[in-house]
Design a binder for this molecule. Structure first.
Ligand code: ADP
Ligand code: MG
Length: 721
């Protein structure tokens, strides 16, 4: 008998086990049984033989139609040519050099599995010398085939040239035969409530289904298990956070937060007030707050986070705000300094008693200034510290770090969060802000260990952004567009022109197709053409990631100060750049950007009272998928709707990262795109269970199953998403 931990060499023999391990990374019974078929073939089913990709390793189920063995014309030997086809007439040629005896198996009318590298000869798809196994048809000696492929559904495994799908099928059959029924990690009440089959049966049926229903039940159960494990693991993370001690940072009357609120030039939106209250309470707890703040661009997140930072300062602590780039860090710093006014000038003449200090720490700070800033951070003079993520890995010490605010979480992983927590004697509170609306399923999985708040309304008086698609071929439209941009400049407003690529010498890895389309438009070229053409006479600046940090800063400062009319740029302006006087954005080759990205980009305009105009310029036909995508972006400013759309259009792998394809990954069947129901239900089951029993003492089988999962893998899964 074998269990999950048994080495495969004990079950299928050393040689096969070594091949499974080397080629597929499968070394234990557990690994093998969780290597699920990636599809199921049926005799007679259409296999789309014409769609096989040249150069790929493919396995097809097909019927032998004709067999001819002819002597070779130019050399000695013979060539066996076999035509196979599915029931729909697509056919494929198999060729075997000097193997006349294969006719013994390859008889017309018989079905088989054929596996090999797809080649092309005279316009026809071929498999040269493929490996094959004939399916049993009742009256012959292929008894092992009867056992491997007894059902109507033939499992097809991701295989390699070295380990064919039928080898895997045989190993699995042998393994299932000797497997002691594994303990079921799903609590029995849960299973009966949700109508889930037991573990052993599900494993049997996913590999050797007797019917479609049998298979569906197996998939449901195993998918549920994946979702449930994920939610239990996230619940445990959350429970651990609740468990660990933190310094409470309660609000204090008459402090800097009150002074700040008193002089705010506007009233907070209802959302800002509600979220503000959640954060105020979270900071007052003696365990760390871990909160995700989602809000569309311009919804006032930065202000909410600043108020949280001030509360922490009121209770004697410091707060740090981390941004993904130096440009953004600098921008945040300037905004905060401006919004605080004299409340940020601690130590200066005439500053109020409640004032604090604000410090900016970036990599490009000159050594002397850096020493000085570090000193203000370590002695606590600086209550607010703004910096890039690099801050985590440098020798920055705080007097008393109470709150970490992270802007744009999607560029900031779990590992960084952990590194930062280590900077304080007790874990600080953490507030993560993101302007990328996160679809519900992603919020529940990737960010499932965080509490979430959403800002759904924009501050009053904000004019909506008008978005239109401009066909690049239409010269009149394009001319009118540049004219319009000149008019904005004439009114003293500023504009952005966004291109997918930097240009100049080489590429920056921006969205770039391998097809024969012309290369994407580049900042450097476009700026030159606009300067000498339609925007002649305007003050034009170029901004992209290859500029030295100093130049970028200087440029952004000049733009913010209104010394530049038009900023031609890559997506470096995507997040956080805040110049309320900018009213127009032209996005060139707009189809090269994702839906969420376009939405982020246009969030840079219409930040003031003047409203904004965003033009998506593209050559793609309006009726195609790309055209429809652009039309969708133009039709709504609902970031959450667009995020769902984006998720639908991305491929699964892009969402989950590589972890899904890895042999050891735990998420095989679950899809963030299609399984929102399963994820929601699993979360509802998992959370109360973990909150009541965080160590899973009452669920030993579940606890054991979770430890069997590779722990880094879980982190990686969260990281990559
Ligand atoms: P986000 O970080 O969500 O993109 P910000 O906090 O940067 O948004 O706010 C965008 C702009 O709106 C800033 O200029 C900010 O001062 C202003 N703002 C924030 N809250 C309000 C409000 N309640 N009423 C009016 N303006 C606001
Ligand atoms: Mg912001």
């Amino acid at each position: 008998m074998a269990n999950f931990d048994t080495r495969l060499s004990k079950v299928v023999g050393a040689k096969t086990a070594s091949a499974l391990s080397k080629n597929l990374g499968l070394s234990t019974v557990f690994d093998l049984l969780h290597h699920y078929p990636f599809r199921y073939a049926k005799r007679g089913e259409r296999t789309d033989l014409d769609a096989l990709e040249i150069g790929e390793h493919a396995t097809v189920v097909a019927q032998v139609r004709a067999v001819t063995n002819k002597p070779m014309r130019n050399r000695r030997g013979s060539m066996l040519e076999v035509i196979v086809s599915d029931d729909h007439g697509d056919s494929l040629t198999l060729t075997f050099f000097n193997q006349p005896w294969q006719t013994r198996y390859l008889r017309a009318g018989r079905w088989g599995l054929f596996s090999g590298k797809v080649t092309e000869f005279r316009g026809r798809r071929q498999l040269n010398g493929p490996e094959f196994r004939m399916l049993a048809d009742g009256d012959d000696d292929d008894s092992d085939m009867i056992e491997e492929f007894a059902g109507a559904l033939i499992p097809v495994y991701r295989a390699t040239g070295k380990v064919a799908t039928w080898i895997i099928a045989r190993c699995i059959r042998i393994t299932l035969d000797v497997l002691e029924p594994p303990p079921d990690p799903l609590p029995v009440q849960l299973r009966s409530r949700m109508g889930l089959t037991d573990y052993r049966k599900a494993l049997q049926a996913i590999h050797r289904p007797e019917s479609e229903q049998d298979l569906a039940a197996a998939r449901k159960r195993l998918k549920w298990q994946e979702a449930f494990f994920l939610q239990v693991a996230l619940g445990q993370r959350r429970a651990a956070a609740v468990d660990s001690p933190a310094v409470a940072r309660p609000a204090r009357e008459g402090g800097i937060l009150d002074s700040f609120d008193a002089k705010l030039p506007f009233t907070l939106t209802q959302g800002q007030r509600d979220v503000g209250a959640e954060i105020r309470d979270g900071l007052a707890q003696t365990h760390p707050m871990h909160r995700l703040l989602q809000g569309d661009v311009g919804s006032g997140k930065t202000l909410v986070s600043l108020r949280a930072m001030l509360q922490v300062i009121d209770s004697g602590g410091q707060a740090v705000l981390l941004a993904p780039t130096e440009v953004l860090a600098t921008q945040h710093y300037l905004t905060i300094v401006e919004q605080l006014g004299d409340l940020g000038r601690r130590g200066e003449l005439g500053a109020p008693e409640t004032a604090t200090g604000v410090a900016l720490l970036t990599g490009s700070l000159p050594a002397a200034a850096r020493r000085d800033t570090l000193a203000r951070v370590v002695d606590g003079t600086a209550g607010v510290v703004v910096g890039t993520h690099a801050l985590l890995y440098e020798g920055v010490e705080f007097a008393d770090l109470g709150l970490v605010v992270v802007d744009e979480q999607h560029r900031f992983g779990v590992e960084q969060r952990d590194a930062l927590r280590a900077k304080a004697s007790q874990p600080p509170h953490v507030l993560v802000m993101t302007a990328t609306p996160i679809p519900r399923t992603v919020a529940m999985t990737v960010y499932g260990d965080l509490d979430t708040s959403r800002l759904t309304e924009l501050p009053a008086g904000r004019k909506p952004i008008d978005t239109h698609v401009v066909p690049a071929q239409d010269q009149r439209w394009v001319a009118r567009m540049w004219q319009r941009l000149r008019e904005e400049a004439g009114k003293g407003h500023q504009s952005y022109v966004v291109c997918p690529r930097i240009g100049g010498d080489d590429d920056d890895g921006a969205p770039h197709d391998e097809t024969k389309r012309r290369p994407p438009l580049a900042v450097v070229d476009v700026a030159r053409e606009l300067e000498s053409g339609p925007l002649n006479g305007l003050r034009i600046g170029t901004l992209h990631g290859r500029l030295p940090a100093d130049d970028k800063d200087a440029l952004m400062r000049a733009f913010a100060a209104g010394k530049i009319d038009v900023l031609v740029s890559t997506t470096v302006i995507e997040v956080g750049v805040n110049v309320p006087n900018a009213t127009m954005m032209v996005i060139l080759d707009a189809e090269r950007f994702g839906v969420s990205q376009l939405h982020q980009l246009r969030g840079r305009i219409g930040r003031g009272s003047a409203g904004g105009l965003c033009l998506l310029v593209s050559e793609v036909p309006a009726a195609g998928p790309s055209g429809e995508r652009l039309a969708a972006v133009a039709s709504t400013t609902d970031g959450f709707r667009l995020a769902e759309l984006d998720l639908e259009q991305r491929r699964e792998g892009d969402v989950l990262g590589d972890s899904q394809s890895g042999a050891k990954s735990q998420v095989r069947l679950l899809s963030l795109l299609r399984d929102a129901d399963v994820i929601t239900a699993a979360r509802e089951e998992a959370m109360p269970l973990v909150m009541a029993d965080p160590s899973l003492a009452d669920h030993p089988q579940l606890a054991a199953a979770l430890t069997q999962l590779v722990p880094e893998d879980n982190a990686q899964y969260l990281e990559k998403s």
